[in-house]
Design a protein around this ligand. Structure first.
Ligand code: ATP
Ligand code: MG
Length: 398
């Protein structure tokens, strides 16, 4: 029996005039994700995409790749059959017997009027066959239309019917790289990696900037941590660029020149300024940070206003309203959690002030900064940065 994967996309964003654009980008992303695997050409039939593996053994690997394709709502590993009711019944019985549920329902979608039955008639007919089969095997299974333990789905398309009992959740969102570029301030910590993911999932192409200090006696450099995170995020958007900016000497000048309570806020302002210049060179449309409101002293609403003042570019903070638990769960799901757990020398808590300002005003930061050669520090960052490109191809990031 032929195996096929049904790829369902979110329909809402496909309704408007941009449908074809998004759909073509989704198709391109799917093809690129499985380009090196043994699959038949992707087919588009009755508003669904069908991908047939040439070998059954490769299905788990295909699923793993497809789960990173933004725009897919879910993926259903199905069997492809003819319209013959006897064959359909036999396949459905076999698949449901494997599941051996206590309650089940049949759900049919009919995309070809020539089939000869409507969806309710098909659901009833198959439901009866499955019920009889499972009961004959000694099960006391019942039909439960509302929240059944297992659903047997059947999708009728021209000349074929697809049967499945499992849906693998897709990544959702909009197809990758459909919405313009954003510069992500990536620290190596949990939050900024998740923030990047959330914006990438909305179609933004992320370019990363990481500021690093020198390693200490007990902790390694943060730079390989940032690189590893970019490596994990790259399959979602296929290509990434990471700028690494040495921050030691900039940080020392801030520490030497300004009131200790404003230190961290001024690091952040300086990072934003340098990222802003990179955004200009990259034609990016905004910055992204992993700030979660009031998680730490520098992230109070007051301080965020003070940090952003004077920056003529939007700063997206997709985690603003998220709790630590929600962020951690997402980090685990996308695979950045373990990387951020590694101990590394984080330049922000370094030279941590004893009493950081909690309600800084923009004017206070401006005043504190007046002792610094801001332009000189921005240029120092830009002159000393290095840049690495990443590419996802053939299942590997190089
Ligand atoms: P994260 O988990 O992302 O490190 P956090 O909750 O620890 O965030 P901070 O360390 O105060 O908070 O940093 C807030 C945000 O500032 C980060 O999410 C990131 O966007 C940016 N940032 C901080 N340090 C760096 C760095 N070294 N390089 C690039 N961006 C940074
Ligand atoms: Mg941090």
């Amino acid at each position: 029996m032929k195996r096929v994967l049904i790829l369902h996309y979110h329909e809402i964003w496909l309704k408007g005039g941009n449908k074809n654009y998004f759909l073509s980008r989704l198709v391109a992303a799917i093809k690129r994700s499985v380009a090196d695997l043994p699959v038949s050409p992707l087919q588009f039939i009755s508003e669904r995409l069908l991908l047939a593996p040439r070998e059954e053994a490769v299905i788990p690997l295909i699923l793993e790749r497809l789960r990173r394709v933004f725009g897919l709502a879910y993926i259903a590993p199905a069997r492809e059959l003819s319209w013959d009711m006897e064959q359909l019944g036999a396949a459905a019985c076999e698949m449901m017997a494997e599941k051996n549920p206590r309650t089940f329902a049949v759900r049919a979608k009919i995309a070809d009027r020539n089939f000869g039955m409507n969806s309710m008639e098909l659901e009833r007919a198959l439901g009866r066959v499955i019920l009889d089969h499972l009961r004959s095997r000694g099960s006391d299974v019942r039909v439960k239309l509302n929240d059944p333990e297992v659903t047997c789905w059947i999708e009728v398309i021209p000349e074929k019917a697809l049967v499945y009992t499992e849906r693998v959740e897709g990544a959702g969102g909009l197809p990758a790289v459909t919405g313009g570029r954003l510069i992500v301030l990536l620290s190596g910590g949990f939050d900024s990696a998740v923030a990047a993911y959330k914006m990438m999932r909305r179609g933004a192409h992320a370019t990363f900037v990481h500021f690093f200090g020198s390693p200490s006696a007990t902790r390694g450099s943060s730079r390989p941590v940032a690189e590893e995170i970019v490596r994990v995020l790259t399959p979602y958007q296929f290509t990434s660029r990471l700028y690494c900016v040495p921050f030691d000497s900039i940080q020392r000048q801030i520490v030497a020149g300004v009131d200790q309570s404003f230190r961290v806020l001024l690091y952040r302002r300086m990072m934003a300024r340098i990222a802003r210049e990179i955004a200009r060179a990259e034609r990016a449309l905004g910055l992204v940070t992993g700030d979660s409101v009031a998680q730490v002293a520098s992230q109070t609403l007051h301080n965020l206003v003070a940090i952003d003042r004077g920056l003529d570019l939007p700063v997206y903070r997709p985690l603003a309203g998220d709790d630590k638990g929600e962020i951690t769960r997402l980090a685990q799901r996308i695979g950045t959690y373990k990387i951020s757990c590694e101990p590394f020398e984080d330049c922000c808590p370094r030279f941590m002030p004893r009493s950081p300002a909690i309600f800084a005003r923009p004017a206070e930061l401006d005043r504190a900064e007046s002792a610094l050669d801001i332009e000189g520090l921005v240029n120092l960052g830009l002159e000393t940065l290095s840049c690495t490109d990443f590419k996802f191809e053939g299942g590997e990031v190089t």
